[in-house]
Design a protein around this ligand. Structure first.
Ligand SMILES: [Mg+2]
Length: 125
C-alpha cells in the first residue's frame, strides 16, 4: 500500500472519530469523500484511481480466499477483514464517481430496478 493511500485511510479513520456513528445516504458519503479528497490535494488521475479499485479488489479477493481456506495467508501477512477491504473498494469507487460527478444514488436505484425486472423469475426453481 503506498503512502498516499495510507494517508487517506488514516484521514478516513480520524474523520470517523469526529462523526457520530450515524447512517449516511450515498450522497452524504460522496460529499464526505469529496471533502476529504480536497484536503489531500484532489483526486488522482482517473487511471490511477482505477488502478486503486483493482488493488482493493485484489485485497478483497485475498481476504475471501483466506477466510474460505482456499489460499491460507503467510504468517508475515497483516490480518485484515473483508469489511475493511469492501470499504476500501467502496472508497475507491466513490473517488471515481466523484471525479466524474456521478450521482451514485440515482445510478444505484436504476441498477436495482434493472435487476428486479431482468431477474424477476431467473432464480426461482
Ligand atoms: Mg485495502
Amino acid at each position: 500500500m503506498d503512502l498516499l493511500l495510507i494517508s487517506i485511510l488514516n484521514s478516513v479513520i480520524n474523520a470517523e472519530i469526529e462523526f457520530d456513528m450515524k447512517e449516511f445516504t450515498i450522497k452524504e458519503i460522496q460529499d464526505q469523500v469529496d471533502e476529504l479528497i480536497q484536503t489531500l490535494n484532489g483526486y488522482w488521475p482517473p487511471l490511477a484511481m482505477l488502478a486503486s479499485v483493482t488493488e482493493e479488489l485484489g485485497e478483497l479477493a485475498r481476504e475471501i480466499n483466506a477466510l474460505e481456506k482456499i489460499k491460507v495467508k503467510k504468517k508475515s501477512e497483516i490480518e485484515k477483514n473483508i469489511g475493511e477491504e469492501l470499504a476500501d473498494l467502496f472508497f475507491s469507487i466513490l473517488c471515481i464517481s466523484n471525479h466524474y460527478k456521478i450521482d451514485l444514488n440515482s445510478e444505484f436505484q436504476q441498477v436495482l430496478d434493472k435487476y428486479q425486472k431482468r431477474d424477476k423469475n431467473r432464480f426461482l426453481n
